[in-house]
Design a protein around this ligand. Structure first.
Ligand SMILES: Nc1ncnc2c1ncn2[C@@H]1O[C@H](COP(=O)(O)OP(=O)(O)OP(=O)(O)O)[C@@H](O)[C@H]1O
Length: 357
């Protein structure tokens, strides 16, 4: 396994890019540590596949370098990078048995049969497919086919990185959570460097120790799931992660933050002198209904499991509060919203501008 470094990486599909917007990937500097479990998370079109193709060698970046353990591989073709990939759709040979499918990547590299058997049996046991080993792959369900496809990605112990590209797309929704936790467990057992590409926050947050969030060809934040939830570095991350996402409320700032003339107490000091569009960011989990605070009218009440989401019109802005089940007011009720101070952040032009007290 290897540490992967992306250094000053940029890519444009145009032959003569001029402005930033001509780049599918803006400048990216990133270190993926040896043995880490990473997710690359972002909406469609943010540049995930472009980055994946650059790492796997299908695409040579317009600028910058990729290093595996400090060695420049930017111009190496895919077959010399020693990478395993698991795609959206299973890549297996239908006419072969499950055993032979799992053995294929090892036999292909000339490993002796004793090693092949030992690795195949170990991976089959981890994936809970031992009893299928003698079956022809053609008869497997789509879920099991994708499991075998994952096994083929994980069976070699000498790869630099295993990359998963939206691997649960074909999996039945009720089995998704099972495979998600299986993958996490597999990472802990095989200790390979893994990169998991997805637009689904639940998949990213359950699998990865570190999540790289991308938007419009840029990395907007790298952090643990807790860091992304607690201190989104950008309003995009606040909005994209969480259900419902962070409340983002336009405000003024002249030494103190105000929403429509009402003072808002921030978590701590503001960095520099804000010069740009200012907004308050507060997660619905830290907004409570109260006797004092910002006046609001309840516009919608939705039960979500053990909590209730109360949507309000607060001085002309939509603000969600997540409260305990059973404590919700009726739609149309007049109330006030209180923000938990240590969770009330200021954003300037989308970027976090406050520090904790
Ligand atoms: N072969 C190509 N030629 C020109 N532009 C491309 C090409 N591939 C991707 N793009 C553009 O580059 C940007 C990033 O696309 P990319 O496919 O990397 O995003 P993504 O996050 O993987 O999206 P998706 O999940 O939909 O595949 C998009 O604006 C896309 O239109």
């Amino acid at each position: 396994m290897a540490k992967i470094t992306l250094s000053k990486l940029r890519h444009s599909y145009l032959s003569n890019p001029k402005s930033d917007s001509d780049y599918a990937l803006k400048e990216i500097d990133l270190d993926w540590q040896d043995g880490g479990a990473y997710a690359l998370l972002g909406p469609s079109g943010c540049g995930k596949s472009t980055l994946l193709n650059i790492i796997s060698g299908l695409l040579v970046p317009s600028e910058g370098q990729i290093l595996f353990d400090g060695q420049d591989v930017t111009k190496l073709p895919p077959d010399q990078r020693n990478i395993a990939q698991v795609f959206q759709f299973p890549v297996i040979y239908d006419t072969m048995t499950v055993y032979d499918n799992l053995a294929f990547p090892l036999r292909n590299r000339g490993r002796d049969e004793a090693t092949v058997e030992q690795r195949v049996m170990a991976i089959a046991e981890m994936l809970e497919v031992t009893e299928m080993l003698n079956q022809k792959a053609a008869g497997l369900s789509p879920d099991n086919k994708q499991k075998i496809s994952m096994g083929r990605g994980l069976v070699r112990e000498d790869v630099n990185v295993v990359m998963f590209d939206e691997p649960l797309t074909v999996i039945d929704p009720h089995l998704k959570w099972k495979l998600r936790s299986k993958l996490k467990e597999l990472h802990q057992r095989v200790k390979a460097t893994m990169i998991y590409v997805t637009h689904d926050q639940t998949e990213a947050l359950t699998f990865a120790d570190q999540v790289v969030v991308m938007q419009l060809g840029e990395v907007v934040q790298i952090g643990t799931p807790v860091e992304l939830f607690e201190r989104p570095a950008h309003t995009f991350v606040g909005h994209f992660i969480g259900s419902p996402g962070m409340n983002i409320i336009p405000c003024s700032y002249d030494g103190a933050a105000k929403v429509e003339g009402h003072d808002i107490v921030l978590e701590g000091p503001v960095r520099g002198t804000p010069n740009g569009q200012t907004e308050i960011g507060i997660r619905p989990e830290f907004v409570s209904l109260s006797d004092s605070g910002l006046p609001a009218t309840v516009t919608k009440v939705s039960d979500v499991g053990r909590h209730t989401v109360v949507e309000c019109d607060c001085l002309g802005h939509k603000v969600n509060a997540v409260i305990e089940e059973g404590a919700a007011p009726e739609k149309g009720a007049q109330t006030h919203l209180a923000f938990r101070q240590d969770q009330t952040r200021l954003y300037v032009d989308g970027w976090l501008a406050t520090d904790p007290e």
